[in-house]
Write a protein that binds this ligand. Structure first.
Ligand code: ZN
Ligand code: ZN
Length: 480
């Protein structure tokens, strides 16, 4: 029997709506192609017009994602919510959401831990109750999302809009040929994945609607309430919450590990998604069973996996080394620091300054220009003389001379800020200035701090390392 996915990415697995009894072939790789004539353009290649718009809509998904919850809301008007049913709906919400986050996502799509069959069976069934497609289909799309994040091959790229990444990609038809390829053949070795894929529709109806109704019905006689609240409306909330991983987690929050792509960390997204909101971390370290690494961050999916491991149900919990995580964090911090640094005035770079003869310098200062040489670098302080906190007289006494010793403690030990300010006034370098030679030597000996460059190749000057800072006052050029 042929096994061809129909329309690619859909919330409800299309293969089993069209061919409910077909089992996935174990050897055949998943092919993303349409059943329709390959020469005929796919509907998504045609512009949306008044006459064809309905062909662009994936009506089956509209029914499951939008139609069903509306029906649930309307029905809720006639069905009072009993407290037992409310508690059950919340509990079942967490189970089914865990099926997606701990099961579909961290166990199957990313293999971040191993689980015993009984746990797998639990996750596969409650995950089915979340009505988000089979494990096999979901994991394949999710792996493509990680592989092609933010590109046109990303099945739910946030670059196409927040609404698109949240729900649009399911409500509107997608061209399966445009979705990036990903390998999910390993999942075909897992009998529970195959079982769930094969019986997907049965799992959905039983776990999505029938089971929650039975619990409420047998438990406290609220069959209809169980159906409406723990079934239909709970499906709606679980779907919307988990869809936020594709939308909100790529839109809201910080990027502590890498800011080249859209994934972000935010506590609000984490609260909504059972801890999947630390998504910048997750895209950097997808095989880590944790999404949040700090103890105070909300990640109930991680806590559950950890608990299962203590109960002997889960094992091989994968973690990236703290050293690697910290490295990534520091690199991103450095990048942000470089961006901040680039916005500041650090003075003309030394190598771009004109070289001035000592005699020229003295001459110009004599002619009234407020030039002062410190450590072989000439500064024009004309406009600063009146503002000098140490008084005009002192700064004037250094004009036309080598003020290195004076500036570095001979008279007053200038602050780091003073050296910074001075650097913005530099206009030239004395030819053969011994001071500059000394600085160069120091730079050579102290490579790590003084010669460090930022992303743009500009030198990084740490506090107290300015060129004008000379620790031991040295013999002056003028004295030579
Ligand atoms: Zn993502
Ligand atoms: Zn992921």
């Amino acid at each position: 029997m042929s096994h061809q996915p129909t329309a690619g990415m859909q919330a409800i697995d299309p293969e089993y709506l069209s061919q409910p009894q077909t089992g996935p072939s174990r050897s055949e790789p998943i092919r993303n192609h349409s059943k329709s004539d390959p020469k005929k353009p796919h509907i998504t290649d045609l512009p949306i017009t008044r006459s064809n718009w309905y062909k662009h809509v994936n009506w089956l998904n509209v029914l499951f994602i939008i139609g069903l919850p509306i029906a649930g809301c309307v029905s809720a008007f006639w069905v009072p919510l009993r407290w037992q049913t409310a508690v059950w709906a919340v509990v079942y919400y967490f189970w089914t959401a865990l099926g997606i986050t701990a099961g579909y996502h961290r166990l199957w799509a990313h293999k971040s831990y191993s689980a015993r069959s009984v746990l797998k069976l639990f996750l596969a069934t409650v995950g089915g109750g979340a009505v988000e497609g089979s494990i096999r289909w979901w994991s394949r799309g999710h792996r493509a999302h990680h592989r092609y994040t933010d590109t046109t091959k990303d099945p739910y790229s946030v670059r196409k809009g927040l609404l698109y990444s949240h729900i649009g990609w399911m409500v509107m038809k997608q061209n399966p040929k445009r979705i990036g390829r990903s390998d999910a053949s390993d999942l075909d070795q897992d009998p529970i994945v195959i079982w769930q894929h094969k019986h997907y529709l049965k799992v959905v109806f039983f776990m999505g609607l029938i089971f929650p109704s039975i619990v409420a019905g047998v438990g406290w006689g609220d069959w209809v309430g169980g159906y409406i609240y723990a079934g239909i409306l709970r499906i709606f909330f679980v779907q919307q919450a988990t869809f936020c991983v594709n939308s909100l987690a790529h839109w809201l929050g910080d990027q502590p590990f890498d800011d080249r792509n859209s994934p972000r960390d935010h506590v609000i997204t984490a609260l909504v998604t059972l801890g999947e909101g630390y998504h910048n971390f997750h895209h950097e370290f997808p095989s880590d069973y944790r999404n949040a690494i700090q103890w105070h961050q909300y990640d109930p999916t991680k806590w559950s996996i950890w608990l299962w491991s203590k109960l002997g149900l889960a094992s091989n919990l994968k973690q990236f080394r703290a050293n690697e995580i910290e490295k990534g964090r520091v690199q991103q911090l450095q990048k942000k620091l470089d961006q901040k640094r680039a916005k500041l005035d650090w003075g003309v770079p030394l190598e771009q300054l004109p070289v001035i003869e000592w005699d020229d310098y003295v001459e110009q200062a004599k002619n009234g220009r407020g030039l002062i040489a410190v450590a072989g670098v000439v500064h024009d302080v004309t406009d600063f003389i009146n503002e000098h906190p140490g008084g005009k007289a002192l700064i004037r006494s250094g004009l036309g001379k080598d003020a290195t010793a004076m500036f570095n403690g001979g008279v007053y030990l200038h602050s780091n800020a003073a050296h910074n300010l001075l650097s913005t006034m530099r206009v030239g370098v004395i030819r053969g200035g011994g001071e500059v030679e000394i600085w160069k030597r120091a730079q050579h000996e102290n490579k790590d701090s003084l010669s460090a460059k930022d992303d743009a190749g500009n030198p990084i000057i740490r506090a107290g390392n300015q060129v004008t800072k000379v620790h031991q006052p040295i013999s002056t050029a003028s004295a030579a």
